[in-house]
Design a protein around this ligand. Structure first.
Ligand SMILES: Cc1ncc(COP(=O)(O)O)c(C=O)c1O
Length: 408
């Protein structure tokens, strides 16, 4: 081997904490295996379907598309306009009627490859525009947050998200972290459906957090990967509205992966809320340079699907119904699982009922997770992150009994 070659000093990188488990699940030959690890919506039969609204949009695109030309660097104007309408929609307002902030010139929206692309772009902007800034992430958080900061070369720190019993938000610790941050630092918040805890601030707590953020002069990056899967498409943006009410800058990383079930199409958006229109226009130029050097132009098909759905009243209504159905199934499973745990004689898990979104933590150790996997073929993520969408009427009592047995 030539000294200095790529292979000369090679050792393997660790597998992804979530996709690695999903791969192990796929390789498991046991037919009774249960996948509660993947961060995707599943139906009762364990399948992640293509939404009917998506199928109809694709049918139309197939019939009417005429070109596969590059999209603009920041995405198709039709799509970004509609994503702006989705992200900034106000309670009670018809789709497309925007609040003054969204049309003030302070807001720019770009199409990114998924929510990951949006978070990556947000962190790139921090690195370019505030090179001395640190990024604060909650502990625990989606493992890709610190990984993206590392990849971009931005220092990161963490602050506790919950109290030690992992049952409620630790507001005190969060406010302390904001006070300890340097002005110009950035905080990544989960806009709704905190991953992995499912523990979201209330609207009043978001107000308190936003005031602290604005007073300290730190930048909120709102990771909005689960819009619609908490309380509703508009309700879930209570976090964003709290920040907007203070007049501070915000970066919103939205994703169409979960709420449109368009996981492999890579559709997301970064909304930049700058201090004033001139700053918004200038930040946009930096965002475009960063994009050009990364993915250059966003992928076309998925964005066209989203634009087709959001731009058509009846298709959008159908899609909103599908989002509601996903959310209600997740919440139904959440309730049924807590009941089943109680019936199986487990300790009190009623705090899970106030969780939002697909995930909560059962608070299991690595050894307990290995036991569940080896003895019962049940797969969860670190600390016992469970995906309620992976449960079904048949699986709920099986998993509840297995967890109760572990904890006895
Ligand atoms: C918290 C969080 N942010 C962002 C994402 C990004 O999702 P995607 O890039 O698939 O849109 C995910 C996906 O699992 C997530 O859980």
């Amino acid at each position: 081997m030539v000294d200095g070659s790529l292979s000369a000093k090679i050792s393997s990188a660790p597998s992804d904490p979530i996709f690695g488990i999903v791969e192990a699940f796929r390789a498991d030959p046991r037919p009774e295996k249960i996948n509660l690890a993947a961060g995707v919506y599943m139906e009762e039969n364990g399948v992640t379907p293509i939404l009917a609204s998506v199928r109809e949009a694709e049918r139309r695109l197939l019939a009417n598309s005429t070109t596969k030309l590059y999209k603009p660097i920041g995405g198709d104007p039709a799509l970004v306009k509609l994503m702006r309408a989705l992200i900034f929609r106000e309670p009670g307002a018809p789709f497309g009627t925007l609040p003054p902030i969204a049309t003030s010139g302070r807001v720019e929206v770009l199409h990114t490859p998924g929510g990951t692309g949006a978070v990556r772009l947000a962190v790139e902007l921090v690195a370019r525009l505030r090179p001395e800034a640190q990024i604060w992430v909650s502990d625990p958080t989606w493992p890709n947050h610190p990984q993206i900061a590392d990849a971009v070369g931005v220092r990161h720190r963490s602050h506790p998200w919950t109290t030690a019993n992992v049952r409620e938000l630790d507001m005190g610790a969060l406010l302390d972290a904001i006070a300890a941050a340097a002005p110009g630092d950035a905080f990544i918040f989960h806009g709704a459906c905190h991953n992995p805890t499912g523990i979201d601030p209330t609207a009043a707590q978001w107000g308190e957090i936003a005031n602290a953020v604005a007073a300290r002069g730190v930048l909120p990056i709102l990771d909005f990967a689960y819009q619609g899967l908490g309380d509703g498409l508009v309700e879930d943006a209570a976090s964003l509205r709290a920040f907007l009410a203070t007049g501070c800058e915000v970066l919103v990383a939205a994703s169409a992966s979960k709420n449109f079930a368009l996981y492999d199409e890579r559709v997301g958006a970064l909304a930049i809320v700058a201090a004033d229109p001139a700053a918004a226009a200038a930040i946009l130029t930096h965002a475009k340079v960063a994009i050009r050097a990364a993915w250059s132009n966003p992928p076309g098909h998925g964005g066209e699907i989203v634009a087709e759905i959001l731009g058509d009243d009846s298709l959008r209504a159908q899609w909103e119904g599908e989002v509601t159905a996903m959310r209600e199934r997740i919440n139904g499973n959440r309730r049924a699982f807590v009941d089943a745990l109680a019936q199986a004689g487990a300790a009190d898990f009623s705090h899970l009922l106030s969780g939002r979104g697909m995930f909560s933590l059962l608070g299991l150790s690595d050894a307990q997770l290995a036991q569940l996997r080896d003895e019962q073929a049940i797969y969860l993520v670190a600390r016992g992150r469970i995906n309620f969408a992976g449960l079904s009427a048949v699986k709920i009592p099986i998993v509840a009994k297995a967890v109760a047995a572990l904890l006895r």
